[in-house]
Design a protein around this ligand. Sequence first.
Ligand code: GTP
Ligand code: SPV
Ligand code: MN
Length: 596
Amino acid sequence: MANYEKALTDNQKVLRFIDESAALCQPDRIVWIDGSKKQRDELRAEACATGEMIKLNEDLLPECYLHRTAVNDVARVEDRTFICCRDKNDAGPINNWMDPKDAYKMASEIFKGSMQGRTMYVIPYSMGIVGSEFSKVGIELTDSIYVVLNMEIMTRVGTDVLEVLGKDGDFVKGLHSKCQLDESKRYILHFPEDNTIWSCNSGYGGNVLLGKKCFALRIASYLGKNEGWMAEHMLILGFEKPDGDVKYIAAAFPSACGKTNLAMLIPPAYYREKGYKVWCVGDDIAWIRVGADGRLWAMNPENGFFGVAPGTNEKSNPNALHTTQKGTIFTNVVHNLDNNTVWWEGLDKNPPKNAIDWKGNPWDDAAKAAGVKGAHPNSRFTAPAKNCPCISKEFDNPKGVPLSAIVFGGRRAKTAPLVYQSKSWDNGVFVGSIMASETTAAATGAVGVVRRDPMAMRPFCGYHMGDYFQHWIDMGKKVKNQPKIFNVNWFRTDDEGHFLWPGFGENMRVLEWILKRCEGTVGAVETPIGYVPDPKDINLEGADVSEETLKEILTVDKETWKKEAEGIEEFYKQFGDRLPKELSAELATLKENLNK
Ligand code: GTP
Ligand code: SPV
Ligand code: MN
C-alpha cells in the first residue's frame, strides 16, 4: 500500500492507480490535494521557500507569483507528443504514434524512482462543473507544486470531485513527473484506449497541466468521437446587442493566434455607446454537444486562463490584463525588482530598469541594447476565470451556451480574406479542414512557417484526422439548427509586413457581420471560396481603416487560390480512404469554381 496518512476516497480504481504509480516513481510522501485555501497557502509558502516560485508585491498583485521554467522547457513539444493506440492506423498520418506496450515499457524506465526524495501530489479535478452530466473527472499525480497550483486555477480541484466519483466512478489517469527535465527523455504520451496520460521530463504548461490539451482535447476528442460529441480548440463568446439579446460564437484559431484576445474583446467606442457588449465563456477549449432543441451547445471545461503574456496590454486586451491582477501565476516573464512586479514585451513602453529576465539573468541596459528579450515569447499567465471583468453569466452553466456561428481562423499574411462564410455545413467542415496558419512560439520548432492546421486541432486530435473530419460531417447530420460556419484572418499584411487590419477590439465589426449573416439581415458577395461581405456592409464608423484597405483584404485572388487548391489536394492525399467523400467533393467544387 502506498504511504499516505488518510485516503480521501474509497474508490478502489483511484487507490490502485496511486499504488501502482507510487510503486513505480517511489515518492517519499504522498499528499492528497483537497482544494482548501489552507493547503494552497502551505504549498505556496513551500514553493517560495525552495525558490520554485517568487511571491510578488502583495499590494500591487495580491496572491500572485512568478515562476521560471528551465530554459529548455518553454513550450509544447509536438515532436515528443504521442498517441499510443493499439493500431497505428488509428492515430493517423499526422500524429506521432507508439505501440502502447512499448510506450509503457519505455516510460516506466524513465519514471522508475523519479520521485525519490520528492512528494507525489494527488490532484482530483473536474473538467466542467463538478458533478454535471457533461463534466469529466481526472486524477493527476505529479511531483510538481507548480503543477498543483496551476491545476487549482485551471480546473475545479478538491474533495467534492472525489465525492462525485464515488466508489467506482471512472476517471482519466494522469501521471506526471518532472524527472530531471532531460529533453532527450521528455515524452507526452496519450493512451486513449486506457483513458491514460503519462508526461515526463517537462515542467511547461501544455505538457504538464494534464487537464488541458492532453485530457480536454486529445483524450476528450477520442471520447467525443465514440460518444457523439466534440472537443474543440475553441474560444466561446457571447455577443450582446443593445436590446439585451445575446448570441454565442465559438472560434478555433491555432495556438497564439488570438483566441484569448477575441474572447475578451472590448467593442470600439461606437459600439459601446450603443450598448453592445461581448462576454467571455471560454478562451481555449470547447466541449460541444447536440441539445434537445436540435442546436449545438458549447461549454468551457476549464476554470481559468493560461494566456500568452507578451502583447497583452491596456489597449490590446484590458480584460485579460485585469484578470491577471490577483491570484495569478506568471511564467517566464520579466521580474521587475524595483517594485516586485512583472513585465513583458508589449505591456507598456517602460521596461523596468532593475530587472531579471525569464532566464533568471540580470536584464540590464547592455542586455536590452543587445536586443535580449526580457520575457519569453511564449511566457504565460495562469489566472482564475472569475477575475475576468467580462466573464459571461453562463460561465457556470453546466449545459453551456447555444451556438449561432462557428468560426475558423489562422494567421496568414496572404491568401485568406478578412472573413468569408461557407455555403453549407459540409462546406464549412471543408473550410475548417483546409485551415493553414503560420507556426508560433506556443510550440517548439520554427516560427512563422505556414502549415495546415485543420480546425486548429493538428497538435490536439487524439485519433486519425480523416476520422475526425468524418465525425464533423456526421455531427452536422444530427443538428437540426446548424450554426453557420465562417473563416476569418486578422493577419493579412502589406508588402512591408504590416498588418492591414487593426484587429483586437476592431474585430467586433466582423463579428457583427457574421451574426447578421446568421440572422439573414445582410447580403453577401459570392466568390469561388464562399460568401464575402460587400465592403459597405462592414461598419467602419470610428475605425482607422480606409475603404481601399478593406476592399483589398476582402479580395479573393483566383490564381492564389488555384495554388492553394493544389496544396489542399496534396494535404488530403495522406488521409487515403479515410478522407470523407464529402470533402473530396468539396475540393472538386472549389476547383470548378476557380476555373469558371
Ligand atoms: P493560445 O493560448 O496559445 O491558444 O493562444 P490564443 O489563440 O489564445 O492567442 P492570444 O489571444 O493569446 O494571441 C496571441 C498573439 O496574437 C498575441 O501576441 C496577440 O497580441 C496577437 N493577436 C491577437 N489578436 C490579434 C489581432 O486581432 N490582430 C493582431 N495583429 N494580432 C493579434
Ligand atoms: C496552446 O498552445 O494552444 C495553449 C498553451 O493554449 S498550452 O497549454 O501550452 O497548450
Ligand atoms: Mn490554446
